[in-house]
Design a binder for this molecule. Structure first.
Ligand code: GLN
Length: 454
C-alpha cells in the first residue's frame, strides 16, 4: 500500500467517525496528501526510514507551520503557527505524515477533555464516557483507528491517563528527553511530550524520532542517540517489580485493582519477581502539583494578552481594558482558576508558605523513588483509580477531577519516565490501564516490559 492510499484511508475514516468522536480539531487533507506523495517518492528513491509515509496525529499543543494551533483554547482560535515545534520537525524529517491536530483540554488543563473550547471528545468504547485528558483527542483517535499513532504531552498524567481510559499505550519519557520547543507551555518543569499508540513496539519507533538534543530548549538533555526498540524481545527473568502499597490503598476501584493484579500475575509467569515498596510522600503529590503547576502556568500564560497574536476582545476602552477583556473572554473557567491559584501562591505574602514549601516536598517525593529503585527495576500499579467516567460526571467538582491523576503526578514531579498499557476491563466493560514507572532513562527496558505482556 502506498502512503497516499494509507493516508486517504485514514482521512475517509476520520470523515466518517470524527463528527461523533470530535477527536480532531483541524484537518488539512491536501497538506497531508502532499506529504504522502513526498513519502512515496522517498520509497521510490530508497531513502525511506521507519516512519516514512506513516500517518501520525499531533496533539494541538504542538506548533506546526501553516497549521492552526489552538491548544484547545478560544485564546488561540485564529493562531496559524509560523514555525514547527522540534517534535514536528523531527517527524517531518523522518517523512511521517501529519494527519491532523487532535482535540485536548484547554492549555492541557484537565483529565477528561471537557475543558476544550472545541467541545468534549467522546470515548470510542462508549460515547457517553470521557476519553480522559488532557491528550483525550489523541487517545480517542488512536483507539478508534483514526491514525496509526499520535503524540501527546504529560504534565501530570495527560498521556498515561487518557491512554488508560481509551485502552491504548502511551509513554511519558524522562524529563528533558524530548525538546519542549514549540510545544505550548503549561508547567515547564513538568511538561514532557511522548508517543501514544497501539503497542509498545509502535511507541519505541515514535520515540526514536521524537528525541534528540535541541539547544532551543534549555532543559533539553545532550545524550547519545539510542534505539528504544533495542531491548524488545529480551526475556523478563529476574525482573524485580516494585508494588507501592500507596498505589493499592483506599480510593482504588475494585475492578481496576483486579485487572492490575491479574497483569502482575502474568508478569510472575514471565519470570518476574515482586517486591513490596513504599512511596510515603506520594499522598502529597496532588497538593504539591496544584501549587507548582498553576504557579508556572500563571507565568507562562501571561504572554496571551491580545497584543501579538491570538484572541483580542472586539471592544475596549484603553490598553489595560483590552488586556482584561481579551483574557476574560479568551480563557475558559479552568484556565482562569489555575491562573488565580498560581498568582496567589506566588504572591509576596504567601510565597514561602506555598510555593517554597511545595518545592521542598517535591524533592522528598523524588527521593522516595530513588530509594524504591534500589529495591526494584520497575514500579507497577494502576494508571488511574477508575475506568472512564461519564461525560459531565465530575464537571462541577474540580477536586474529584484532580484525583484522577493520583497515581501519575508523582512521576512528573520526580521527572521519571512512566507509561500506561491496556490490562483488561473494568465492571463497566471499559479498559483498565497498567502503569509502568521506570528509573531515569530506562525507557528501553520499560518498553520491553510492556512488549512482553502485549
Ligand atoms: N489533569 C492534570 C491537570 O489538569 C494533568 C494534565 C496534564 O498532564 N497536562 O493539570
Amino acid at each position: 500500500i502506498s502512503s497516499v492510499e494509507l493516508t486517504q484511508l485514514y482521512l475517509d475514516r476520520i470523515a466518517k467517525l470524527n463528527p461523533e468522536l470530535n477527536a480532531y480539531v483541524t484537518l488539512n487533507p491536501e497538506t497531508s496528501l502532499t506529504q504522502a506523495r513526498e513519502a512515496d517518492a522517498r520509497f521510490a528513491a530508497g531513502t525511506a526510514e521507519a516512519l516514512t509515509g506513516i500517518p501520525i496525529a499531533q496533539k494541538d499543543i504542538f506548533c506546526a507551520k501553516g497549521w492552526l494551533t489552538t491548544c484547545g483554547s478560544k485564546m488561540l482560535h485564529n493562531f496559524v503557527s509560523p514555525y514547527d515545534a522540534h517534535v514536528i520537525s523531527q517527524f517531518n524529517n523522518a517523512g511521517a505524515i501529519n494527519l491532523g491536530k487532535t482535540n485536548m483540554d484547554e492549555f492541557a488543563m484537565g483529565s477528561s477533555n471537557e475543558t476544550s473550547h472545541y467541545g468534549s471528545v467522546k470515548n470510542p468504547w462508549d460515547t457517553s464516557r470521557v476519553p480522559g485528558g488532557s491528550s483525550g483527542g489523541t487517545a480517542a483517535a488512536v483507539a478508534a483507528r483514526l491514525c496509526a499513532a499520535a503524540t501527546g504531552t504529560d504534565t501530570g498524567g495527560s498521556i498515561r491517563q487518557p491512554a488508560a481510559l481509551c485502552g491504548i499505550s502511551g509513554l511519558k519519557p524522562t524529563y528533558g528527553t524530548v525538546s519542549r520547543y514549540g510545544m505550548i507551555a503549561f508547567a515547564s518543569s513538568l511538561d514532557q511530550a511522548g508517543p501514544m499508540g497501539r503497542s509498545a513496539e509502535d511507541l519505541a519507533l515514535l520515540l526514536n524520532s521524537m528525541v534528540g538534543f535541541d539547544e532551543r530548549d534549555s532543559t533539553s538533555l545532550k545524550r547519545d542517540k539510542e534505539d528504544y526498540s533495542r531491548d524488545l524481545g529480551k526475556p523478563l527473568n529476574g525482573l524485580r517489580i516494585g508494588l507501592p502499597k500507596e498505589f493499592f490503598a483506599e480510593g482504588l476501584g475494585n475492578d481496576v485493582a483486579q485487572a492490575v493484579d491479574a497483569a502482575i500475575t502474568e508478569y510472575k509467569k514471565l519470570g518476574a519477581t515482586v517486591v513490596d515498596i513504599s512511596l510515603p510522600n506520594t499522598r502529597l503529590s496532588i497538593p504539591v502539583y496544584y501549587v507548582l503547576a498553576p504557579a508556572e502556568a500563571s507565568s507562562n500564560l501571561s504572554r496571551f494578552d491580545g497584543v501579538r497574536y491570538g484572541y483580542r476582545a472586539p471592544e475596549y476602552t484603553d490598553l489595560a481594558d483590552m488586556y482584561e477583556k481579551s483574557r476574560a473572554q479568551g480563557f475558559g473557567a479552568e484556565v482562569k482558576r489555575r491562573i488565580m491559584i498560581g498568582t496567589y501562591v506566588l504572591s509576596h505574602g504567601y510565597y514561602d508558605a506555598y510555593y517554597l514549601q511545595a518545592q521542598k516536598i517535591r524533592r522528598l517525593i523524588a527521593q522516595d523513588f530513588t530509594e524504591a529503585f534500589k529495591l526494584c527495576d520497575v514500579i507497577m500499579g494502576p494508571t488511574s483509580p477508575s475506568t472512564a467516567f461519564k461525560l459531565g460526571e465530575k464537571g462541577d467538582d474540580p477536586v474529584q477531577m484532580y484525583l484522577s491523576d493520583i497515581y501519575t503526578i508523582a512521576v512528573n514531579l520526580a521527572g521519571l519516565p512512566g507509561m500506561s498499557i491496556p490490562c483488561g476491563f473494568g465492571d463497566n466493560a471499559m479498559p483498565v490501564g497498567l502503569q509502568i514507572i521506570g528509573n531515569y532513562f530506562d525507557e528501553a527496558r520499560m518498553l520491553n516490559v510492556a512488549h512482553q505482556y502485549q
